[in-house]
Design a protein around this ligand. Structure first.
Ligand code: URP
Ligand code: ZN
Ligand code: ZN
Length: 606
């Protein structure tokens, strides 16, 4: 296993991917005996991933990938590599960009407690599953400074993260100060996305006027508006009714917010954002009807993106009705998983076909004891589920193994589209020279059974418990470091970095500017109106009443369907008044001739 080198013969460390539950062999899926070598003393900053099939969103190619100092330096065959290069033998494996989870809540304070997976356990678990970057949310309390919240999240994340991360910031209330802080966050802190809540009444929910203001502000700043789309007023009303009926268990959570509550808010958010030409990103798309809204708005030309999550693609809301309270509560999140068990397949079809674009997890985990805060009242069950570790495998299983998408589309929906939408492409989301060396060496045939007993997350429950999945991240490289080796996680806290996300993303705003220009309102040039104008008094009322009583009596039959005067109406009154007595006398009668009509006289005389 000597590799040619400018410096002569070199020692290479060869690591052979371990096979777990091999299902079937493909031509590229054979390890030859010469591959099975071991070595040591390699330099961590030089790495060669050899013999694999490189997969990007737009192409696959059998190629080696050479990495130096955390950056991809060469992609191709027969590469010349310097001495001391460590080699990962990837024959039979797919070499893909590391996953980007667009939606997590590590150690988030929420509903009186705090998510149990923190930035260490959460990002370590992410790496174990092949995800090399997460996007978390800094969520200020109502009235709190957005900038303070942002820095608090950074202080939590920086010493703990094992992989890279970016931050979306929540606009959880509205004021001039919020608008001004949004600008500071975009200009100075590398934030390019803001999440607005249409639910969580009395805490984070914004009303329509506030939503419009925040969308306008995002547009001005070149940021991407995100929405949690559920009608919080309806949820509050329904929850009260259900509790009064004695429905206190986790099923009440799902009953209080049926699909149309999500679909209505999704539609409203799309309309509001479109009215002010703001690009919109709908987080955690959980239902068929909400996904249909996103898809149909995209067909109408709206700049809108939809993010299903591992949970909505991999399981369903029938679990809310499980007899075991902990099991049912373990599935409580908002918007809820849907009891329509055809939902995951439907969402996967839309994801495969381009109607939905990215995948997150909304990873926000709570232990049994934490969930039990709502044992007597479903509105107090902390909302959130796992996913950060299993997203890649679940999407591979339900998307690729099912035949709905090919490996290129898998890469698109697990990393590339996220990198494009959040403006960090091609640094992230691509295997190419110059990109960050965030790579997963994927064994597409190996299988594992997901379980809370074996997962790396801190939480004591897994919504995918018992699911057998193909596709295992055998090696994971983060910034050029091998952090998962043969399934073993070797991550170090604080190893990850904050990734700034720049505004005015061409992938989002490029089309928007053209669209705005093309659809700009256009004034109709016409002669000014010179007829009489009603006079209003100080209260804004017409002097002497609004409409003379006698005139009203002429129109007893209402207008025709096209808005014209009904010919069966009388044009004069028994008093002798004529219908046009209040109009100024005309100097002439206009005759209108229809080009398609045999009659030359279509003029109206009233
Ligand atoms: O249930 C959820 N989704 N918990 C996290 C907060 C949010 O709305 O994303
Ligand atoms: Zn949300
Ligand atoms: Zn969330």
């Amino acid at each position: 296993m000597d590799a040619s080198s400018d410096e002569g013969v070199v020692t290479e460390e060869v690591i052979v991917p371990r096979r777990v539950g091999q299902a079937s062999a493909e031509p590229w899926d054979v390890l030859s005996p010469v591959d099975i070598e071991d070595g040591s003393g390699s330099a961590q900053n030089r790495l060669l991933i050899k013999g694999g099939r490189v997969v990007n969103d737009d192409m696959m190619q059998d190629a080696d990938v050479y990495i130096e100092d955390g950056i991809i330096k060469q992609v191709g065959t027969n590469l010349h590599t310097p001495g001391g290069t460590r080699v990962i033998e990837a024959k039979g494996h797919l070499v893909m960009p590391g996953g980007i989870d667009t939606h997590t809540h590590m150690q988030m304070p929420f509903m009186g407690t705090q998510a149990i997976d923190d930035f260490y356990t959460g990002t370590r678990a992410a790496l174990a599953g092949g995800t090399t970057m997460i996007m978390d949310f800094a969520l200020p309390q109502r009235g709190e400074s957005l900038i303070e919240a942002f820095h608090r999240w950074r202080t939590w994340a920086d010493p703990k993260v094992c992989c890279d991360y970016a931050i979306h910031v929540g606009v959880t209330w509205w004021s001039d100060k919020v608008a001004q802080e949004m600008e500071e966050l975009t200009n100075e802190q590398g934030v390019n996305s803001f999440k607005m809540f249409m639910a969580y009444k009395d805490t984070w929910q914004l009303n329509d006027e506030e939503l419009l203001e925040s969308f306008k502000r995002c547009k001005e700043l070149g940021a991407l508006a995100q929405v949690h789309a559920e009608n919080g007023d309806v949820i509050k009303e329904n929850s009260k009714k259900l509790l009064e009926l004695g429905i206190t268990g986790p099923e009440g959570h799902e009953m209080s917010r049926p699909e149309e509550v999500e679909a209505e808010a999704t539609n409203r958010a799309c309309v509001l954002a479109n009215q002010v030409n703001c690009p919109l990103y709908v987080v955690h798309v959980m239902s068929k009807s909400a996904a249909d809204v996103v898809s149909s708005k995209r067909k109408q030309g709206h700049v809108v993106f939809g993010e299903p999550i591992a949970a909505s693609l991999g399981t369903d809301g029938t679990h809310h009705y499980h007899k075991c309270w902990r099991h049912a509560a373990g599935h409580v999140m908002g918007p809820p998983l849907r009891p329509d068990s055809s939902t995951p397949k439907y969402l996967m079809d839309l994801l495969a076909n381009g109607d939905l674009q990215t995948t997150g997890t909304d990873n926000c985990t709570f232990s049994a004891a934490q969930k039990a805060l709502g044992k007597d009242d479903f509105t107090k069950i902390p909302n959130g589920v796992n996913g950060v570790e299993d997203r890649m495998s679940v999407i591979w299983e339900k998307g690729v193994v099912s035949g709905k998408m090919d490996p290129c589309r898998f890469v698109a929906v697990t990393s590339t589209n996220a990198a494009k939408i959040f403006n960090i492409y091609p640094k992230k989301g691509r295997i190419a020279v110059g990109s960050d060396a965030d790579i997963v060496v994927w064994n597409p045939h190996a299988t594992r059974v997901i379980s809370a007993k074996t997962h790396h997350q801190a939480v004591d429950f897994n919504i995918f418990e018992g699911m057998e999945v193909h596709g295992i991240a055998e090696f994971v490289v983060c910034h050029g470091r091998v952090v998962v080796e043969e399934g073993e996680v070797r991550a170090i806290s604080g190893m990850g970095k904050y990734v700034p996300t720049p505004v005015f993303n061409p992938h989002v705003y490029g089309r928007l500017e053209e669209r705005e220009r093309a659809n700009a309102p256009c004034k109709v040039e016409r002669a000014p109106y010179e007829g009489p104008v009603a006079q209003l008094n100080g209260q804004g009322m017409q002097e002497g009443g609004i409409i003379p009583v006698q005139q009203e009596t002429f129109y007893t039959r209402g207008p025709t369907r096209s808005g014209g005067v009904n010919l069966h109406d009388s044009s004069f009154h028994v008093s002798g008044r004529q219908r046009d007595d209040d109009l100024l006398p005309r100097t002439s009668i206009k005759l209108v001739t229809s080009p398609n009509s045999s009659s030359s006289l279509l003029g109206t005389f009233w």
